[in-house]
Design a protein around this ligand. Structure first.
Ligand SMILES: Cc1cc2nc3c(=O)[nH]c(=O)nc-3n(C[C@H](O)[C@H](O)[C@H](O)COP(=O)(O)OP(=O)(O)OC[C@H]3O[C@@H](n4cnc5c(N)ncnc54)[C@H](O)[C@@H]3O)c2cc1C
Length: 350
């Protein structure tokens, strides 16, 4: 490869989405990751692309909305450029409403969604009979159904992104020269290293464990209840996740916390009670102290850029992050929300 115009450190969904957007615009891209594609948080199998609630509107929610809407064309474009299926599908999400006092709140959000989501997606309150056999039990008999939620198979999508970048002329390598614009997308390990350099906590890692079940239900909406995601993949598997562990010994080992999560999932979603577990996985989510992504100017090296802090919604945010980072790096156009800048993260810690 000729001299790279863009060098990205980290082959997770953040680094590779930026690499893809830059490659589509004709830039010569090099992605460096000593551990390989999808070795970090992006190598799992949950993949809920789900919105925050449509009320109390904030720039972070607007960015997420735009990213989820952009996902509808972004992932098919990745598939077209890679020849690999990402598992992307836009089948919405069902959430049982288990307390009577929450029904009026859920109903009030119908008009919030009309106002803030526009005509691209809907927030509905439906009865259990309307929702069908796949719907989880609901103590009130009511469920929220939103049409904005989509899902993806994270590991397949990450591999598809990598292949698309290579097909567009980019290079993905365990080691190489850092040339051109340098983007730090090193996930939780990058956040820890930045914290050490700054001598103050900038971000950290939150471990998650997840399981994959053999249960054929493609085309069904994803489910969400009591913090637990159920994602019916197109390949006849169902991802369930995830634990949330601030303190952990091994970043990749599974333990009894995952057994507890599987038992909880089978109680909350009885339709899954006989589904065999076919795979277990763990990864560490990169969490900035703002809990928002960190984009733009690097907090340590003024000549670098950063894209990190995807935390629990990294796959939903990645398409728009790829786009705004390519705008910034290649065209000098800055569309990054102020709350997402490294400075905001540092100030929140003061
Ligand atoms: C159990 C679990 C379930 C999740 N479920 C969902 C979900 O349903 N929906 C959703 O949107 N998100 C979900 N997430 C979050 C999502 O996976 C992350 O937000 C996202 O993967 C972060 O992507 P990333 O590219 O920033 O980090 P990573 O994927 O961790 O990538 C960082 C990369 O940097 C590399 N690296 C480290 N050090 C260096 C170095 N010195 N030089 C070069 N490279 C380096 C690592 O090897 C790694 O490959 C989940 C996460 C977990 C753990």
């Amino acid at each position: 490869m000729a001299t790279a115009e863009v060098t990205i450190l980290g082959a997770g969904v953040f680094g590779l989405s930026i690499a893809f957007c830059c490659s589509l615009r004709g830039a010569r891209v090099r992605v460096i990751d000593p551990a390989g594609v999808g070795a970090g948080a992006s190598g799992g199998f949950v993949g809920a692309l789900a919105p925050h609630t449509p009320d109390l509107w904030l720039p972070k929610k607007q960015f997420q909305l735009e990213s989820l809407l952009y996902s509808r064309s972004f992932w098919p474009e990745v598939e077209a450029n890679s020849g690999i299926l990402t598992g992307f599908a836009n089948h919405g999400r069902l959430q049982p409403i288990n307390e009577e006092r929450l029904v009026p709140l859920a109903l009030s959000r119908i008009s919030d969604a009309e106002q803030n989501w526009g005509d691209k997606a809907e927030w509905q309150v439906v009865s259990a009979s309307q929702a069908g056999d796949w719907a989880p039990p609901s103590s009130t008999g009511q469920l929220i159904y939103d049409t904005l939620s989509a899902h993806i198979h994270p590991l397949k999508a990450t591999r598809a992104l990598a292949r698309a970048v290579e097909n567009l002329g980019g290079v993905i390598t365990p080691a190489g020269a850092r040339q051109g614009a340098i983007i730090d997308a090193r996930g939780w390990q990058g956040l820890i290293e930045i914290s050490k350099t700054l001598g103050q906590e900038f971000g950290n890692g939150v471990k998650g464990q997840a399981a994959l079940l053999d249960f054929n239900s493609p085309g069904k909406p994803q489910l969400f209840s009591d913090g637990l995601h159920v994602v019916p993949h197109l390949d006849g598997t169902v991802g369930i996740g995830s634990t949330s562990e601030r303190y952990f010994k091994s970043p990749i080992k599974n333990d009894e916390q995952l057994d507890d999560l599987i038992s909880k999932a089978k109680k909350l979603f009885p339709i899954l009670k006989d589904a065999p577990v076919i795979s277990r996985w763990a990864g560490v989510r990169p969490r900035a102290f703002t809990r928002a992504p960190i984009l733009g100017k690097h907090p340590v090296n003024p000549d670098w850029f950063i894209a990190n802090g995807g935390f629990k919604i990294g796959f939903g945010m990645a398409p728009k992050i790829g786009e705004v980072m390519a705008d910034l790096i290649l065209d000098g156009v800055d569309h990054i929300p102020n709350d997402f800048r490294a400075r905001a993260s540092l100030e929140s810690e003061k």
